[in-house]
Design a protein around this ligand. Structure first.
Ligand code: PMP
Length: 356
């Protein structure tokens, strides 16, 4: 039976990417597997170059932005950003929109003054705080552009001239962005980019070299820039799969086209949640709903396990909500087909006919 993969991450990738990746495991470079070639080989250098060219093109990067492929997940970026960008006596502003923001805040506190300028914590992170005053002397403003667990997303950036540092782990390359507003963006690959194991960092070079502390080489963006992400062995295979996925994204019309498809998918699913008397959305402000992670619950929560069974019977996997929120979460990243969202909607409608 066809599986419709609604997992939050690691998550769905296009079937063509899986096919091409598996072929490269068997034979990538004249009888050698992608898994056994040097990260300094001509073949892999070409992969790195093409991946970077695709990122540059898709995000429309000016030349003073650098693209890095690092290890350690987005969680390492929680402290690496602050270590590289926040001096001990400087301040950075953070907006707390969920568990991942809270972790970024906690980690940054080790390096400088951290000011939480907005938070929806008291209301269960059910909306995105608005009208936030951001001091102009802040080194940066950190946001989590999409909150994977609670299902909220920034659809408008806060008004500020301060460079934004964004954790885009769960909505990177899902829509066009104005890169000039960002000093740095980072994303663990395992949602919209590729497999787990590589973290993408895009940084405006002008942000770097301004802190006085000593930074260990592996945690210094400037070292990785000077070595084009091969200061140490980068995650070769995840980068290769990311390249295949970026090719797919470009062939399918790039960010404008994927944004349109993502909006259509989210719209039909949220319409069903709103129209179906058995279900309700988790996010209180409809304008802040995520286009990537759609969170919802049953009016009668005691039916939760039964609904998950109905999903599984239809091949819909990964629909269970995060343990801290409960209910359901349908992650509908770039590679998710509208037809799979329609299958889930069908399950909701049938469930409502039988149990409503
Ligand atoms: N930020 C966000 C928004 C996430 O969704 C996640 C993972 N789900 C993380 C950070 C942590 O990423 P990693 O596991 O790659 O460290």
């Amino acid at each position: 039976m066809k599986k419709h993969n609604f997992n939050a991450g690691p998550a769905i990738l296009p079937p063509s990417v899986f096919r091409e990746a598996s072929a490269a495991v068997l034979d990538f470079a004249g009888g050698l597997s992608i898994l056994e070639i040097s990260h300094r080989s001509t073949e892999f250098t070409k992969v790195l170059d093409e991946t970077t060219a695709l990122i540059r093109e898709l995000l429309n990067l000016p030349e003073y932005y650098e693209v890095l492929y690092l290890s350690g997940g987005a969680s390492t970026q929680f402290f690496m950003t602050a270590m590289n960008l926040l001096d001990a006596d400087a301040r950075a502003c953070y907006i707390d929109t969920g568990s991942w923001s809270a972790k970024a805040i906690k980690e940054a506190k080790a390096f400088g003054r951290v000011e939480v300028v907005g938070s929806s914590k008291e209301d269960g992170y059910s909306y995105i705080p608005k009208d936030i005053q951001i001091p102009t002397d802040a080194a940066y403003l950190h946001i989590t552009s999409n909150n994977t667990i609670f299902g909220t997303q920034f659809h408008q950036l806060p008004e500020t001239s301060v460079p934004i540092v964004a954790d885009m782990s769960s909505d990177i390359l899902s829509r066009p962005i104005d890169i000039n507003r960002y000093g740095l963006i980072y994303a663990g690959a395992q949602k919209n980019l590729g497999p787990a194991g590589v973290t993408l960092v895009v940084v405006n070079k002008e942000m770097l070299g301004k802190v006085s502390r000593t930074i260990p080489s592996m945690l210094d963006y400037r070292i990785h820039i000077s070595k084009q992400s091969t200061y140490n062995t980068p995650p070769v295979f995840p980068i290769y799969v990311m390249m295949l996925n970026l090719r797919w994204l470009k062939e399918n019309g790039g960010l404008k086209a994927v944004d349109k498809r993502n909006k259509e998918k989210a719209a039909i699913l949220y319409s069903e949640i709103d129209a179906n008397p058995l279900f309700k959305g988790v996010v209180t402000e409809a304008a802040d709903r995520s286009l990537m992670n759609v969170t919802f619950r049953l009016e009668r929560e005691e039916l939760t396990a039964d609904f998950l069974k109905a999903c599984a019977t239809a091949g819909c996997v990964g629909v269970k909500g995060h343990r801290s929120v409960g209910g359901f979460r349908a992650s509908i990243y770039n590679a998710m087909e509208k037809s799979s969202v329609e299958v889930l909607i069908g399950v909701m409608q049938e469930f409502s006919k039988q149990r409503g």
